[in-house]
Design a protein around this ligand. Structure first.
Ligand code: HEC
Length: 151
């Protein structure tokens, strides 16, 4: 019986080598409509949660907004590639901010800001990110709820 172990180990190894490479399969995005530089409908039924949005904005693996924007957050190394976001809720409606976060390149095609809820027509996408948006629809709404606290 013990004689079988090496053979099993080898076949397990071979099996693991034969696992096909993960193919980029596109995540289905929530459909949305752009009207006049804005997305007037929330992407989710569940309203955004500002506390969670603040975490997403700060998270280096998620929104990472602080890399390019100054935010009233307790974070070191805040960037200045984009404008400070303090007071952004006084400058824009939540619907205008939704388009900025979902796909700001529709407003400024040359923008350095990532399109957080877009999967098509992008360049230089990390392979493990291909086919899925940086943020989920709920995370987008959470970030928007947080932005609306920045008055
Ligand atoms: C790689 C840099 C970068 C990152 C990361 C980034 N942005 Fe931006 N953002 C910009 C730049 C640059 C602009 C200036 C306008 C443009 O380029 O279209 C901008 C503009 C904006 C604006 C409009 C501000 C104004 O006063 O006009 C908002 C709102 C905004 N970003 C929100 C966010 C949020 C929220 C995140 C994180 C989820 C984020 N950005 C992440 C670069 C970035």
């Amino acid at each position: 019986m013990f004689g079988l172990w090496p053979a099993m180990a080898v076949s397990a190894l071979v099996a693991s080598l034969w696992v096909p490479q993960a193919t980029a399969q596109n995540v289905a995005l929530v459909p949305f409509t752009v009207v006049d530089n804005a997305i007037p409908q929330p992407l989710t039924v569940t309203p955004g949660n500002a506390t969670r949005g603040r975490v997403v904005a700060l998270d280096r693996g998620k929104g990472n907004c602080v890399t390019c924007h100054e935010l009233p957050l307790d974070a070191d190394f805040q960037g200045n590639l984009g404008p400070p976001l303090t007071g952004v809720a006084d400058r824009y409606t939540i619907d205008e901010l939704r388009l900025r976060v979902v796909d700001g390149k529709r407003i400024n095609p040359d923008s350095n800001m990532p399109s957080y809820y877009r999967i098509e027509g992008l360049t230089a996408v990390r392979r493990d990110w291909a086919g899925r948006p940086i943020l989920t629809a709920q995370e987008v709404e959470d970030v928007l709820a947080y932005l609306m606290t920045l008055r």
